[in-house]
Design a protein around this ligand. Structure first.
Ligand SMILES: Cc1cc2nc3c(=O)[nH]c(=O)nc-3n(C[C@H](O)[C@H](O)[C@H](O)COP(=O)(O)OP(=O)(O)OC[C@H]3O[C@@H](n4cnc5c(N)ncnc54)[C@H](O)[C@@H]3O)c2cc1C
Length: 472
């Protein structure tokens, strides 16, 4: 039997569920990827993420070739291209790993229906997450809406029946006579050769990074993860985004480390907790797809936001006059990535200081991040805007100065991305306007945090009063 494996966000050959199933069943295998015109044209597609994707595809193709296989690359609408390839290759089985966003689910449903209509068996697998939303339910059989009970249920189920990672695969030979089509270079797709630094792509790079993190920083992760000047987190997010590493492998190797290496248990478990946030936001997107358009909690669709195009532009360009915010936005521009603590601070600044709608920030992030992922990005933004799943009893507004002083006390991080602050003494580095000589070329703060904070409280309080819901 011939099988076609459709690669999407699973660009690896190790521990890949649907690929392993297809490889086990088929005598001949076609490995395909479709560059989707709709995604290529979308203004949400970040150039660094697209470049990283193309690099990952090249590595995947090289890995397939080492195993006597190759990657067949098509461009167009997968709803047309996959059925076409099935016909061309006379495959009797189509395999792919499941995706959870509404766009992907519609697409996959259409492809699966077309395949089945043509008499092709369709095999889909859970691969992108450790547990799908349907596997973790409250006592009432409902999906979880709050992280902590989700995490507790996750660990309980994991300890009982956590999925073990698979290994490297033996692949059947390819189907002859199929035009492979090369992975296009960025220029062919109109991706500007901009100055964004992107990480080395592919499965091997991901494995090296995971090993280096587990052999090093994981031990200090509970504290260092919040300090943006340090290399205290794994930086695996772009690889997890495109599936260059499997989340099962990450969890299994972290827990192995926790068992085997004294001093790393707390760090490794904390790190797995962060991977559970990823499962959580995928579960939220899967159960509540409206979050891509609207607030998770509907009453917060009533919040009155400012248009403030000028403030938004200053935020995007990293010239708000608040060093930690500007450093974060410039890190994003330069590297396509931003430290988690700083993502929270800049998102709070946009929504609670500038009072700009979280959807504009979400969209901007998605159009710039190398790890931009609809589920995690939306979850992060709704968390920061207090419109999401979070169950904090208080209303959170970050003070950009005290956050900077707390997490970047010597200003090492802000100076790395805001060179104008190089000569500002440490004690003024997060409020340079108070320095004896304010730095040349660096803007004065564009707003007064204390009064904006009051205004944000008023606007959220107005929603609470109008709807009788929401937190105090
Ligand atoms: C406003 C905002 C937007 C965000 N947008 C994205 C996004 O588009 N894509 C994305 O992968 N993460 C996003 N995050 C979550 C988090 O910032 C990144 O996952 C993390 O910074 C990636 O760095 P790392 O790989 O070194 O993380 P580590 O600390 O090493 O964590 C390991 C992995 O756990 C997952 N993870 C960690 N924290 C979170 C979290 N809060 N939510 C979901 N998953 C998490 C990621 O897959 C990450 O790679 C966002 C957070 C905020 C506040």
């Amino acid at each position: 039997m011939r099988a076609l494996h459709w690669f999407r966000s699973d660009l690896r050959l190790r521990d890949n569920r649907a690929l392993a199933e297809a490889a086990g069943r088929a005598e001949r295998l076609v490995c395909a990827f479709v560059l989707d015109d709709a995604l290529l044209a979308s203004d949400r597609t970040a150039p660094p993420r697209l470049r990283f994707l193309l690099d990952c595809l090249e590595r995947l193709d090289a890995g397939l070739r080492e195993r006597g296989q190759r990657l067949v690359v098509r461009r167009g609408d997968p709803r047309r291209e996959i059925p076409r390839l099935l016909e061309e290759t006379r495959a009797g089985l189509l395999s792919f790993n499941r995706d959870y966003g509404p766009f992907a689910r519609r697409r996959d449903g259409a492809v699966a229906r077309a395949a089945e209509k043509a008499g092709v068996d369709v095999l889909t697998c859970k691969d992108r997450v450790v547990f799908e939303s349907t596997e973790l339910r409250t006592g009432q059989g409902e999906p979880y809406r709050v992280f902590t009970p989700f995490r507790n249920a996750w660990w309980k189920r994991f300890e009982a029946e956590g999925p073990a990672p698979g290994g490297a695969l033996r692949l059947p030979p390819p189907v002859g006579g199929v035009k492979a089509g090369a992975v296009p270079g960025p220029a062919a797709l109109g991706v500007a050769a901009d100055a964004t630094e992107i990480p080395t792509a592919g499965e091997e790079a991901a494995r090296r990074r995971l090993r280096a993190f587990l052999d090093g920083a994981v031990a200090r992760y509970p504290t260092d993860r919040d300090l943006p000047a340090l290399d205290g987190t794994s930086r695996l997010s772009p690889y997890l985004r495109l599936g260059a590493v499997s989340v099962r492998t990450c969890v299994a190797e972290a827990l192995e480390q926790a068992r085997g290496v004294p001093g790393s248990a707390a760090g490794a478990r904390k790190w797995v907790d962060e991977l559970i946030w990823r499962d959580f936001y995928h579960a939220i997107l899967s159960e509540y797809p409206h979050v891509l358009e609207r607030a998770f909690k509907p009453e917060y669709d009533r919040v009155r936001w400012n248009q403030d195009d000028e403030g938004f532009a200053a935020w995007c360009e990293g010239r708000t006059g608040f060093p930690i915010v500007d450093a974060g936005m410039r890190q994003l521009a330069r590297t396509g990535w931003m430290h988690n603590r700083v993502r929270m601070i800049v998102a709070s600044f946009l929504t609670k200081d500038l009072l700009v709608d979280w959807r504009r920030g979400e969209r901007f992030f998605q159009s710039r991040l190398v790890d931009g992922d609809p589920a995690s990005n939306n979850g992060g933004w709704q968390w920061a805007a207090s419109t999401g799943t979070d169950a904090q009893p208080y209303f959170r507004i970050f003070n950009p100065v005290s956050q900077g002083e707390r997490w970047d006390p010597d200003g090492v991080y802000v100076r790395r991305f805001v060179p104008e602050l190089a000569d500002v003494p440490d004690r003024f580095v997060h409020h340079p306007w108070d320095a004896p000589r304010p730095p040349a070329g660096y803007p004065a703060p564009i707003l007064d945090h204390a009064s904006r904070r009051q205004e944000a409280l008023r606007r959220f309080e107005a929603v609470r009063k109008a709807t009788g819901r929401g937190r105090r």
